[in-house]
Design a protein. Structure first.
Length: 332
């Protein structure tokens, strides 16, 4: 009887031991799985180009999030409480520069965490002054953009669209890479390789633009949108004329509409470019008046939900831009 009890007890102990071991193993497994998820660098970005650069550098070792909901035209963007929570839990927050995302300053004041590394991707990249005051759209009171970045706190009237010069984009990739390495030095080589490969693609893109835009019959780029392509035009020797650099609540001035129409006619241009994510009502008006056709020129501030879901990247958007530019400017 006593022996039987001992056997039962031993059996129970063994069973319990196995159960506990199994439970521990399972809990270890869960922990491991969670651990590996947690090991991914949490990166929050403020603008589509930054998002795309960061996901190309981080690949499967980072969770990269774009703060702007896809399709949202950035000027209506206001960070929500959920965005603040996300930033609080992130390792890295990347924005372009204070001229592009003036809201970033206020948002960061609300961040409690000390582990969040804040990175200005455009740090040290000289911003161009408005050409002939075009960025101000003739409105000296302020020259915020329809798409949400107001420059009126920037007394120098600097153009924040630095990513549309691909040599600047390469510098931004370098800055983002440095942020990744600072937060996750163990994967330094991995991030470095990815950044190098991406920069090579940007170099190739630059070469394609230079070659593609070298022999065009027309050298005037007329844009029925806000002043965004100054860097691109400068780099490839085009004259850039934008309809507006107006503040979100302003309309393009009638004088500017007349000016754009005159330039189209004087240069015998058959195409007017329009910008992404906004109904091109004004551009349509000018096109109708002048007989020009419309072509999209994507500034890549943000992308549509459809493009986002398809995984469209910055380089693809720019390659489409090049095709449209070649058509619009009659390039060989
Ligand atoms: Zn813009």
């Amino acid at each position: 009887m006593y022996k039987t009890q001992r056997m039962i007890a031993a059996g129970l102990c063994a069973g319990l031991f196995i159960t506990i071991t199994l439970a521990l193993m399972m809990s270890c497994q869960v922990k491991d799985e969670k651990g590996s998820v947690n090991k991914k660098l949490k990166v929050v970005t403020a603008l589509f180009p930054l998002y795309d650069f960061a996901r190309n550098i981080g690949q499967d070792k980072a969770e990269v999030f774009l703060l702007l909901p896809p399709g949202l035209e950035p000027h209506s963007f206001e960070p929500k409480p959920a965005d603040m929570i996300r930033l609080n839990q992130a390792d890295l927050f990347i924005y372009t520069n204070p001229a592009m995302e003036p809201w970033a300053e206020n948002v960061l004041k609300g961040i409690q965490t000390r582990s969040l590394h804040v990175l200005e991707a455009g740090r040290g990249i000289a911003m161009m002054a408005d050409q002939d005051g075009q960025g101000r759209g003739g409105n000296k009171a302020g020259h915020g953009h329809e798409d949400g970045h107001r420059h009126d706190h920037d007394p120098g009237g600097r153009d924040p669209h630095i990513w549309l010069d691909f040599s600047n984009a390469e510098k931004m990739v370098d800055h983002i890479l440095a942020g990744f390495i600072e937060k996750d030095p163990l994967n330094r080589d991995y991030y470095q390789r990815n950044a190098d490969a991406y920069k090579q693609r940007l170099t190739d893109l630059d070469r394609q633009f230079r070659k593609g835009l070298s022999g065009c019959r027309k050298r005037v780029l007329v844009h029925g949108g806000h002043f965004a392509f100054g860097y691109l035009a400068e780099r490839y020797g085009l004259k850039y004329v934008a309809l507006s650099g107006f503040s979100p609540d302003a309309e393009p001035t009638p004088a500017n509409l007349v000016r754009i129409s005159k330039i189209l006619k004087a240069n015998d241009l058959h195409y007017l470019f329009y910008e992404e994510l906004l109904l091109p009502r004004t551009a349509e008006m000018v096109a109708k008046e002048t007989g020009a056709s419309l072509l999209l020129l994507h500034g890549a501030h943000n992308i549509s939900k459809e493009d986002f879901d398809r995984g469209v990247g910055f380089i693809t958007l720019m390659q489409t831009n090049l095709e449209h530019l070649k058509r619009g400017l009659q390039c060989p």
